[in-house]
Design a protein around this ligand. Structure first.
Ligand code: COA
Ligand code: MG
Length: 310
């Protein structure tokens, strides 16, 4: 049996608040990425790498994974090419065939159940896929319509290899191209898709990772969209530049004020339960079970972040 040392995440359940893409053929950027404390570093072989540089990306990534490179507590993912590209087989062989597979794999443009089936069969062939965190990307009209059956299939099938459907990423730019939408400043053309991605991902207990903000010099816009994504239920955001990591971490972590609110609410709820009371008033608002569940969500995200930072 192949012995391998997986590049483990400090805590598998840590929310991926910032998933940082790094072109897999760019060793300088990869080394820089290891210093940025992103929750997840995603070494790319897909669209961030030109067709002529795919082989260099495969070789560089496998060299980095198999060397003693330290990722300093960041999760390491590799984004392979789409199943429909015909290149995924080679990418997977290169990434999972080595002695040190990444802890996560991102598969873009998963449009159909047949592609998901191909993927599950392919992963099964590799010892290095055992225990892997799989992250799929939805980026087309077809992919969005099929998202439920794809997640359903993968979350069940991956159990066979002790792997996990860990997150679903919304690929907004490809999605806009797929439905013929024009990007606007308000982003209203993407609302339905974003809500659907959050809903389906969460239904399968997977994290939901929001769209890229390609205008990386526009920090105000980045923060605005990050806060909006966090409020919609996204776990985190895809980021493309070092300057976006810290603002994403901040936007997708509950504020101190929200954590205190949640902690006090949970205490008050438990006290009222013991006294046999259901609904009660807390800080001027009616509180019952749904508010408790929201407060528990906030606490569990905050606790996971604290664990990651320890
Ligand atoms: N990961 C790690 N380091 C990065 C980085 C990234 N994604 N993007 C930039 N850097 C580094 C640069 O190498 C530079 O480091 P240095 O000072 O040691 O030379 C520093 O951060 C500042 O970079 P900057 O000069 O502002 O940007 P750039 O012109 O080098 O790169 C992009 C701009 C957009 C090409 C680059 O950010 C990038 O490649 N992003 C990822 C693109 C991608 O993967 N797309 C596919 C998914 S959507
Ligand atoms: Mg894409």
């Amino acid at each position: 049996m192949l012995k391998f040392v997986r590049h483990m995440h400090a805590q598998a359940a840590v929310p991926r608040r910032a998933l940082l893409y790094v072109p897999g053929n760019d060793r300088r950027k990869i080394l820089k990425a290891t210093t940025l404390n992103a929750d997840c570093i995603c070494l790319d072989i897909e669209d961030g790498v030109s067709v002529t540089a795919k082989d260099v990306a495969r070789e560089t990534i496998s060299d980095v994974l198999n060397s003693a490179t330290s990722f300093a507590g960041s999760e390491v993912a590799v984004r392979v090419n789409a199943v429909s590209s015909g290149m995924a087989k080679k990418d997977i062989a290169c990434i999972l065939g080595g002695k040190s597979p990444p802890s996560a794999m991102v598969v873009p443009k998963v449009d159909t159940l047949d592609e998901a089936k191909w993927l599950a069969d392919e992963l099964k062939r590799y010892e290095g896929a055992r225990g892997m965190q799989l992250i799929t990307q939805v980026e087309s009209a077809q992919g969005l319509l099929n998202l439920n059956i794809i997640c359903n299939f993968l979350s069940e099938k991956l159990e066979d290899i002790n792997a996990n459907l860990a997150a679903v990423i919304f690929g907004s730019d490809d999605f806009c191209a797929s439905i013929g939408a024009t990007r606007s400043a308000s982003g209203e053309e993407l609302l339905y898709a974003r809500q659907k991605v959050v809903t389906v991902a969460k239904a399968y207990k997977a994290q939901a990772i929001d769209m890229v903000h390609i205008d990386f010099k526009d920090m105000q816009g980045f923060i605005k969209y990050s806060m909006q994504g966090a409020a919609m239920g996204f776990t985190g955001k895809q980021v493309i530049h070092p300057s976006q990591v810290a603002p994403a971490h901040q936007a997708f972590a509950p504020s101190e004020q929200r954590v205190s609110w949640a902690t006090e609410l949970i205490e008050a709820f438990n006290k009222h339960q013991q006294e046999g009371k259901g609904a009660f008033v807390f800080q001027g608002q009616m509180i019952d079970k749904p508010s408790l569940l929201q407060a528990q969500n906030i606490k569990s995200i905050a606790d996971a972040i604290v664990r990651r930072e320890l």
